[in-house]
Ligand binder design. Structure first.
Ligand SMILES: Cc1ncc(COP(=O)(O)O)c(C=O)c1O
Length: 385
């Protein structure tokens, strides 16, 4: 019999001895993963081991979530990261090198722009921003050294749509990698791979996890681009939290049910706002009034709960503040896709083909509350000004 200190360390069955068959994956807490034999360790030393050799390789919950996303998106593979922006940064790092030129749609999420301007620039990658409603006209921006085109459609603040098939057609002919931030539509309402995109990104922080309590991102890619991407992830030893991946997998199970409600309520509220006397315009791709509604209808199978609107021109900053600060049901905070309704507002210093340049755009994340209560709250807020 070993001494008590040794028994304290070695007592209890290891996971491999506890074959319990649950519906959901186990939650591992692990840095070290044990090898079955010295031969396996030697293989790992030489980079030839096929299994999981360390916590950063991805443990059960991460693997389960990644394989579910791979299947849902029709990708070759998927990797999870600590946040959406970490996923974006990994893609931009994996597919660029010194001397490259890349094209980024002007409506991208702010930190995506910042990563290009402040980090990639440091390593000799030149970023050029494309008009947000680009399509086949992208040809005019392509240079000899253009390596990557990054789309976000619709843009998550200004809601311009890109003509994705037209862009991917041009890029395929020239061997340029196309990347799509598909967070707004989720894999349920848009399949980027069917439209010719090479790499699809989700901020799973939004609809996939759905409860404003987790930060998580995913990257899925085609077989052609998988090896390049995986190699970069391996060099960074990038991984995601097991608990967060577990919750994301749980989120996927109810995504369709939640998203249907977000969509229905958001459309009802967007239509109602369109007729409100204090509102100048509502910017929602699924409304006929959106200038690119026809492209949206062609490519997307649904809309989510995030859209924007502007107020009458004669209203000033103090009116905006009065309106926002008087809302009772809308939280004032960043991010979206969760069950609670949120509002953000601000001026976007970027080009806009539809006349919103320099205007204050309010953005609503419509949550799962009763839509009539939300409209009553907006109405009382707008009534203050
Ligand atoms: C369109 C879009 N992509 C990516 C991100 C980044 O996601 P995360 O908050 O998970 O870093 C956001 C965040 O708001 C977003 O709106």
């Amino acid at each position: 019999m070993h001494k008590i200190s040794t028994r304290l360390i070695n007592s209890g069955k290891q996971e491999s001895q506890l074959s319990i068959n649950t519906i959901n994956p186990p939650l591992h807490r692990a840095s070290t993963v044990l090898f079955d034999s010295y031969a396996d360790m030697l293989k790992a030393n030489q980079g030839r081991f096929e299994g999981i050799e360390y916590g950063t390789s991805g443990l059960a919950a991460q693997k389960a979530f990644e394989s579910a996303m791979t299947e849902l998106e029709g990708a070759h593979g998927c990797r999870a990261f600590q946040s959406g922006i970490a996923a974006i940064a990994m893609v931009l790092t994996a597919f660029t090198a010194q001397g490259d030129h890349i094209l980024i749609c002007d409506n991208v999420y702010g930190p995506t722009r910042r990563f290009c301007n402040e980090m990639l620039a440091k390593y000799g990658v030149t970023t050029e921003f494309l008009p947000s409603a680009s399509g086949a006209d992208i040809s005019g921006f392509i240079r000899e050294n253009t390596r990557l085109v990054f789309m976000e459609s619709p843009g998550s603040n200004t809601f311009e749509i890109q003509d994705i098939p037209a862009i991917t057609k041009v890029c395929r002919e020239k061997g340029i990698v196309t990347v799509m931030d598909n967070t707004w539509a989720t894999p349920l309402y848009l399949n980027p791979f069917k439209l010719g995109v090479d790499v699809s990104i989700q901020s799973a922080t939004k609809y996939i996890t759905g409860h404003s309590d987790i930060l998580l991102g995913t990257v899925s890619a085609t077989e052609e681009h998988w090896e390049t991407f995986e190699k970069c992830c391996g060099i960074y030893e990038a991984f995601a939290s097991q608990e967060d991946c577990y919750q994301a997998l749980r989120g996927l199970r109810t995504l369709q049910v939640r998203l249907r409600q977000h969509e229905k309520s958001a459309l009802e509220i967007a239509r109602w706002l369109s007729g409100h006397e204090a509102v100048e315009s509502v910017i929602h791709p699924a409304l006929e009034s959106h200038p690119q509604h026809e492209i949206w209808k062609r490519d997307f199978t649904g809309s989510s709960g995030l859209f924007g609107f502007t107020l009458r021109e004669d209203l000033e900053n103090k009116d905006h503040a009065l309106f926002v600060d008087s809302l009772k049901l809308f939280g004032l905070g960043y991010s979206w896709g969760g069950y609670k309704s949120l509002i953000t507002g601000g001026r976007f210093q970027r080009t806009n083909p539809f006349g919103y340049e320099g205007k204050t755009i309010f953005r609503l994340n419509i949550g799962l509350e009763d839509p009539q209560d939300l409209m009553d709250d907006l109405d009382q807020g707008l009534g203050r000004i």
